[in-house]
Ligand binder design. Structure first.
Ligand SMILES: Nc1nc2c(ncn2[C@@H]2O[C@H](COP(=O)(O)OP(=O)(O)OP(=O)(O)O)[C@@H](O)[C@H]2O)c(=O)[nH]1
Ligand SMILES: [Mg+2]
Length: 427
């Protein structure tokens, strides 16, 4: 059925600044990423417009002449949305709305990303986090909106009622923010309980991280058949998925796939997704998936580093998976360069399953120090303890000696410590 309430389809113009020496991303690549983001959000991109200047213009981001040109281009092409590759200040947003008119929506990079996240969030925690980030982003702009309205209505004399309404609205939003924070705290408490249940097993946790669209979910699915949505879309994954997984060397691990990173990831979003990202921060090992076929692969690696710093997660043991090697063709020089740069990296194709054995071996190597071979002698009536050894480790032999059960097993070092009274031999 045709829904007359549906908003009109978004036909967008993209606007970027070319700032010499500001950023190593070429403007074309930056706008290409913005185009992918816009299309991931469901918009049709008509054209992109760039302006070369050292700093954004304080009132209108681009120069006023350029802004007028963009307005004319909207009218000529039927564009109803203008998307800026950087964040706009509340004042810039307001002024640009004045110039473009009420039929044209002005969106900045943060709003676009928040919109995609809002579309993708599935779990309660995900939805709460996105809503919180959206409200926090809106709060200072709410002020702007009201000042704007009172100015339109004649300025000084009208400020009174506008301010009052503004205060009411601000308070409402702040209360909503507080409520969301409380609800999130509740969800997180439950999650911490879940996690501490898992950690009793002492299985090392490995987090798959990387730039968005690098192939994290594809790798997760290839390894564990997790059935995670993998798509040629930015931010296909939002909510974390964790699976138990046994490496070929019989080491059990918990493997997690989570939200991708992005350059200029909005600060509010990182803040409100901290809990999701905590999963990453608490991992024993990071598996950093890099799309080596991407022209900006190096810059993407750097952007991942920036987010890792923001979530206080630097210096963790990391394996770099150089993904999508099937797209490199015959020229191996790119790959060799990456391999020189990252000594413990493993070239793979997650899509074709190439070299995944080697990747799993490398994961096993990195985690080896966490395991020991032991012989345990446990009273047969201590069934829960025996079960724990089976669940947490890998039992290679079992014998009975009177009322004792003798187990030979590879178990986590921490568990060997806890089972000290039963350990009769340790290698
Ligand atoms: N050619 C090729 N494509 C791949 C490979 N791995 C993943 N892809 C494709 O890359 C796209 C993104 O893959 P995903 O697994 O969804 O990427 P992701 O890192 O989980 O992305 P987000 O969840 O959006 O952050 C999909 O179209 C995959 O099919 C690979 O090894 N080779
Ligand atoms: Mg994914």
């Amino acid at each position: 059925m045709y829904d007359t309430q549906a908003p009109p389809p978004e036909h967008a113009l993209l606007i970027g600044l070319e700032r010499p020496g500001y950023d190593r991303w070429a403007i074309e690549d930056s706008l290409e990423e913005l185009r992918e983001l816009a299309e991931s959000a469901g918009a049709t991109v008509l054209d992109s417009v760039t302006q070369r200047r050292d700093t954004p213009s304080a009132p209108t981001f681009v120069g006023t002449g350029k802004a007028a040109e963009i307005a004319a281009q909207c009218a000529a092409t039927g564009a109803n949305t203008v998307i800026f590759d950087d964040d706009l200040t509340p004042a810039q947003g307001r002024n640009l709305m004045d110039i473009f008119g009420k039929d044209v929506k002005v969106i900045d990079r943060t709003e676009l990303i928040l919109d995609i996240f809002a579309q993708r969030a599935r779990t309660r925690e995900g939805k709460l986090q996105v809503e919180l980030a959206q409200l926090e982003y809106m709060l200072p702009r709410l002020t702007g909106l009201w000042t704007h309205l009172s100015r339109q209505r004649g300025g000084m004399g009208c400020r009174g009622p506008g301010e009052t309404q503004l205060e009411v609205d601000r308070r409402r939003v702040q209360e909503k923010i507080k409520r969301l924070q409380d609800q999130l705290e509740e969800v997180r408490k439950n999650r911490r309980i879940e996690r501490s249940g898992r950690s009793k097993l002492h299985w090392p946790s490995v987090s798959i991280i990387g730039y968005t669209n690098s192939g994290k979910s594809t790798l997760m699915n290839k390894l564990t058949n997790a059935g995670v949505l993998a798509e040629d879309k930015l931010f296909a994954t939002l909510d974390p998925t964790t699976r138990k997984f046994r490496l070929p060397n019989n080491q059990n691990i918990l493997l997690s796939d989570t939200v991708g990173f992005l350059r200029k990831l909005p600060h509010h979003l990182v803040e409100s997704f901290k809990a999701t990202l905590e999963e990453t921060a608490e991992a024993d090992l990071l598996l950093h998936v890099v799309d080596v076929s991407h022209p900006q692969a190096h810059e993407q690696i750097k952007a991942v580093g920036v987010v890792l710093e923001e979530i206080e997660c630097v210096g963790k043991p990391t394996i770099v998976a150089l993904n999508k090697i099937d797209r490199l063709g015959d020229d191996q020089s790119i790959l060799e360069k990456f391999q020189r740069e990252f000594p413990h990296s493993v070239p793979i194709s997650a899509r074709h399953g190439t070299n995944l054995d080697q990747l799993q071996d490398e994961i096993g190597n990195q985690l080896r120090a966490r395991r020991v071979d032991v012989t345990l002698s446990i009273p047969a009536d201590k069934a829960p303890t025996i079960a724990l050894v089976y669940r947490s480790g890998y039992v290679t032999a079992r014998e009975h000696d009177g009322a004792q059960v003798i187990l030979r097993a590879q178990i986590p070092k921490v568990l060997a410590g806890e089972l000290k009274p039963y350990v009769v031999e340790e290698e």
